[in-house]
Design a protein around this ligand. Structure first.
Ligand code: IPM
Ligand code: MN
Length: 346
């Protein structure tokens, strides 16, 4: 096996800054990789009108993995880059698992009272290709007082089964063996019913996994006052989006939240990215925390079978986080990246 063929999309704002530090950590592992840089995002769009040219998508698809920084800028109307670049990558590359750990590392402060790391170690398996994100719907009599806008949620038996199956498999590998379905079956009766029946049906294949159901509104409450309820959570694309921002907030902030857009079938490259956005307000100032991107690199390595290197990156981050406790001056993006890379290199 040769070097990892890695597509790199730094994107906008702090994206470029944090990706540089992510690659530094990857360099420090000694795992060989061959990066191809893709200049996609607001600057490209403003210059050429292109979001994701078909040719770039085809090239990216030939890589083994993608590292993405962040997409979005106030100069571009909302929705353009989100839909035509970020979501298009997730959809076209069939990233049906959006894997989002919500984990409190020792030494990291949480707004939650009395919550210790052992109380907050959740993996959210967010569906990545369907739900309200599919873009189905429309507007009638647009711009009139009689406008009717619909936004439908797409849920296919195939799409729900494959993500629920992945979540069961993930739960089976974790010590607590617990899977919670989060939905809103009391109101979204058609989609909720499909999700609930799918969990019920797959249960018999995973007798070691305990299953549970929580409505999404209650789940937001339990993410604050009963985090121990959760081990693996499987949920719809939109609920997962919302729940994982809350998860990031309780697990030390958006600067630490990593994610993987995964195609477990491995027929296309999976894409790893921090949960945070491009933060134009602090871009170019060296203030962004690259930790989420570095943890996303650990997820990337793990996905590609470099478990040992992945663990070294995660351990280096954990040690760095512990060292931040009570530390005085805050470090620059580059400094944090250097310090973590030094720990990775050992
Ligand atoms: C995320 C982001 C995206 C999403 C946006 C930028 C389209 O919020 O990765 O969570 O909603 O999935
Ligand atoms: Mn989000």
């Amino acid at each position: 096996t040769g070097p990892i063929r890695l597509a790199v999309i730094p994107g906008d704002g702090i994206g470029t800054e944090v990706v540089a530090e992510g690659l530094k950590a990857l360099d420090a592992t000694g795992v060989k990789y061959e990066p191809t840089n893709y200049d996609l995002g607001a600057a490209r769009y403003n210059r050429t009108g292109e979001t994701l040219p078909d040719s770039a998508l085809a090239e990216i698809a030939e890589h083994e993995a993608i590292l993405l920084g962040a997409i979005g800028d106030p100069s571009v109307p909302p929705g353009v880059l989100e839909r035509d670049l970020l979501l298009r990558l997730r959809f076209e590359l069939d990233h049906y698992v959006n894997l989002r750990p919500v984990k409190l590392y020792p030494g990291v402060s949480t707004p939650l009272a009395d919550v210790r790391p052992e109380d907050l170690d959740i993996v959210v398996v967010r569906e990545g290709t369907e739900g309200p994100y599919a873009g189905a719907g429309g507007a009638m009599r647009r711009g009139t007082p009689y406008e009717i806008a619909t936004q439908e949620s797409l849920n296919t038996a195939y799409g729900v089964e494959r993500v629920v199956r992945y979540a069961f498999e993930k739960a089976a590998t974790r010590p607590r063996h617990k899977l919670t379905l989060v939905h809103k079956t009391n109101v979204l009766t058609y989609a909720g019913d499909l999700w609930a029946r799918t969990v019920e049906r797959l249960r018999s294949e995973f007798p070691q996994v305990e299953t549970d159901y929580v409505h999404v509104d209650a789940a937001t409450m339990f993410f604050v006052n009963a985090t121990r309820r959760f081990d693996v959570v499987v949920t719809d694309n939109l609920f997962g989006d919302i729940l994982t921002d809350l998860g990031a907030a309780v697990a030390g902030g958006i600067g630490l939240a990593a994610s993987g857009n995964v195609n477990p079938a491995r027929t296309t490259p999976s894409m790893f990215e921090p949960v945070h956005g491009s933060a134009p307000d602090i871009a170019g100032q060296g203030k962004a925390d690259p930790t989420a991107t570095i943890l996303s690199v650990a997820m990337l390595l793990d996905h590609l079978g470099h478990g040992e290197a992945a663990a070294r990156v995660e351990d280096a981050v954990a040690a760095d986080l512990l060292s931040r406790q009570g530390a005085g001056a805050t470090r620059s993006t580059r400094r944090i990246g250097d310090d973590i890379a030094a720990r990775v290199a050992g």
